[in-house]
Design a protein. Sequence first.
Lengths: 352, 465
Amino acid sequence: MNETVPNIDRLALWALWIGMALAASMALVVIAGRLGQFAHERFLRRLTGRYGPIIERALRADADALDALVRSPSRHRLDIARLLIFPLVHDRSPDRIGATRDIIRAMSLVPLADRWLRSRWWWKRVPAVQTFGLLRFADRAPQLVAALDDSNADVRSAALDALADLHDPTTLTAIIVRMHDTSLHRGRRAAALAAFGAQCEGFLVELARVDPAHRLNYAKALTICGTERSRHMLCEWTADDREEVRAAAFEALARVGLDNRAAALAIAALESRDVHERAMAAAALHGWTGAGDGATRLARHLGDAWPVAVRAAQALQSMGAPGRAALQPYAAGTDQAGVLARQMLWEVEAWV
Amino acid sequence: MSLTVIIAVFAALVTAYFVLWNVCQITMGVVGAWFVWRYQRRRNIRSRALVTRLAAPPLVSVVVPAHNESLTIVESIRALLALDYEAREIVVVNDGSSDDTLLVLQQTFRLVPAPLAFDQPLKTAAVRGHYRSMTEPDLVVIDKVSAGCKADASNAGINAASGTLVLIIDADTMLEPDALSRGVLPFLEDPTTVAAGGYVAIANGSRIEGNRVIDAGMPRSWLARFQIVEYMRSFLLFRLACASQNAVTIVSGAFGLFRRDAVIGVGGFSDNAIGEDMDLTLRLQRHFRAQRQPARIAFVPVPVCWTQAPEDLPSLRGQRCRWRRGLLQTLWRYRRVVANPRYGAVGMVVMPLTTLFEGVGPLIEVAGYFVTTIAALIGILNWSHYRILLGISVLFGAATTLLAVLLSDLTARRYLRGRDLALLCAAAVLENVGYRQLNSWWGCVGTFQALTGKGGWGPMKRREF
């Protein structure tokens, strides 16, 4: 016991010193980090103050300003590139993109981006990929497509974003065939399709014909970019064996718009046994004022399962006078149908 | 002799606990730093723009349970209406307020009674009326009888929500302008995401305009300063480490974004849970892991919202005792998850650590202080050893809190002035002398209250910003 006490003493003193060293080093790291950040921000402020006006002039094709950027010290180049490229995330005007691309080329930053694109570190490949997309370097499209198969998920996501920004129709096939690739972010796949809009439709329709197994995905894609060209096919899909495909087809028809045949199918599908299909059929009838007894049939579903009832009510509200007329008889009720009908009528009166 | 042996054995146990606690904190700090580094690189300006590129971003219903919030409710709602995420609706639930919360809302936003049909999958106390605004079509107000808990009001809001995602906040929560777009990203990227929480920062001492924190600053009150570094430690060490392993066990009540169908699927907030936020998060984890369904609970490591911290001891004591009772109740409810391999990292790592450090920890700490003081007083431990032990405790505590301050600087540097940084560092050290012990003591009081079934909500002074 007597021998143990001095050992514990020593251990305790060691622990005290370690604690002190840890606390002091943490405090120093916090302060050093702050000083470093402060210095970097000051540098960026000065850089922005110095190059901001020059960049603005260079973007307006001022030769002297471009020359000043080209002759800028190499240690400033990356930050200047950021000042040039970051605004393109929200400003996608072709003129600005073209002017920025020319400046980046003149500043010899493209080889650097190429090097980063081949880097072994994913955090360098990601900004390189994004830069080529934001600047719409069409000649780098093959590299961006190849990046869709990168080993790193963040690079693959960045590549999808970049291809959406690049907006090059030659890459459309590569995007669409990866539509079923769940390793790519779902939202980014949707955003890429949205970026191309109706341009995707032809490919989607062609692929859907030879690949019925993934019909659900194609239908969902057509809810983003479909037009009346795909209506006929979607109408056929409403007879698919799979309930989820039928529901997705009606969802896509809601975007594409109805004709008499599609409307008849949607009205008939209101009697489907599947809740989701009925709900999507009701959604598809949004704004329909053509042939058929859509309004009356929709009104019967105000007391249906909630997803169906709410879509039926919204569709009726969007139909104008016939919809309001169909809602009116239910408005006195105290059940779900009654409250929904009153809410829709109230909203029309209050806001329209 | 026997007393000496007992004290020696006890000292060995406390030391083992102390070493384990510090090793875990530092490990969590390292894991957290890695998580933040990766997050900052993944969430660059282009990647965050995803929300703006979607044709139809998911509709988010912001549910604001409000009980006697007439002082702050209008500013809160105005700030919510000004969020940078357009696909959102605001559902305010006036939870039986006895002040003029509803009247203030009616006058400010021209509320009128309106028919409002909604699905009611979650049972709640009676709803007295629905109101729509004539000026803000995205604003819905539900007036209901209070059931005496936020959970019931949140459930009423979830019932009325038409969004696929619901954001549950406190009425005094001040969201960052980009909070929703940051919070929605994990749902857009990974369809298995069922919830997302975020780093909640303390607004005391900050300059606030229009319910937005314009300039973060350190408050005058040391009590609030201690809470600032304490929140940093809690969110940026423990929760980040949990998030890196998809093992988040608490999505804070001040900012919790959930997939509506997932919340309804597990029965919504439990109205008899004191810590309803932790209870719901654990229920989600348990449900999806038990069903072997992939589910992710994400964490946004940058400040997504700001909240008021109590600056007086009675309010703080009430809050801490309530949190303590909530924690113990939740740990007891989910005791079968602890050390159960079926629940993965949640069962095998996070819950055992939570039980040890947060469940039993305060009792061990208080007992440790008590026994060492007694040992010093009766001469078993000499005073120089006593001081050394206290010094070790303070210094290691300060080191881990400073690590959290460092992580906070890495995620989003908010306290910009040198004076504020100095105060942060000082608070990181000084909170270990007095404040931490006080917290542990309140932990014991809370435990006593939990065991005896005593304790209420406690006082909470609200201030107008």
